[in-house]
Design a protein around this ligand. Structure first.
Ligand code: SF4
Length: 207
């Protein structure tokens, strides 16, 4: 199957795939992405709707103590680590970047709690850059479809960027996340009407 056909299939399956986190600035998006680890976007949006009423900049976030922030984000899970990372990243943004969220991979990854996946989402969604974030769903789908052959998200990211055209990266990221979440699930994927059967390693092995 050609890459064009793969892109067509994803466009057909998820024509409206896009970031579902609510945000009004790069800083808000960064906080939302940190909160979204192991949590649904829906839950994060409920939490940030309240949180961002008074704490929507690094400066205003730092008026909260660790325990006060933990209380506000408790329902997102892993709240101690997330609160620690949000406060430290806010401090870093003020001290190292004059209060503005940086836009490069290297600078974003220098912030506390920010890895390539988070940085890629911020670069593509907040700054309109071309990035390909690899989360657990993208990793699984890529390996099943033979687009990559690795458990290492960084290696998979580079393989996907090499294979697909740059203009398609950001959209494909969200399409692959949705595909992995709702159809090509880790356990019992819904293969019956999947357009990728012919190239799927998992499907052909099971068959
Ligand atoms: S055939 Fe099944 S395992 Fe393969 S990509 Fe489709 S849903 Fe996933």
């Amino acid at each position: 199957m050609t890459k064009e056909k793969i892109v067509d299939n994803f466009n057909m399956l998820f024509p409206d795939a896009k970031c579902e986190l609510d945000y009004k600035s790069p800083y808000q998006l960064l906080v939302a992405v940190i909160l979204s680890a192991q949590c649904t976007d829906k839950r994060v949006n409920i939490v940030t709707k309240e949180l961002f009423k008074k704490h929507n900049t690094p400066q205003s976030m730092l008026t909260l103590s660790q325990s006060q922030l933990e209380e506000k984000i408790h329902s997102c899970g892993f709240f101690r680590n997330k609160a620690k990372n949000i406060l430290q990243a806010s401090k870093d943004i003020i001290e190292k970047f004059g209060g503005n969220v940086p836009a490069t991979m290297e600078e974003l990854c220098s912030l506390s709690g920010v890895g390539r996946k988070t940085a890629n989402v911020v670069i593509s969604v907040a700054f309109g850059g071309d990035a390909f974030a690899v989360d657990t769903h993208v990793l699984r789908v890529s390996n099943r479809l033979g687009l990559a052959s690795s458990d290492n998200p960084d290696k998979v990211e580079f393989a996907l960027k090499k294979f697909f055209d740059q203009k398609d990266w950001s959209r494909l990221h969200y399409q692959m996340v949705l595909f992995g979440r709702y159809k090509c699930k880790a356990i019992k994927p819904e293969c019956a009407d999947c357009p990728f059967q012919s190239i799927c390693k998992y499907y052909n092995k099971e068959k």
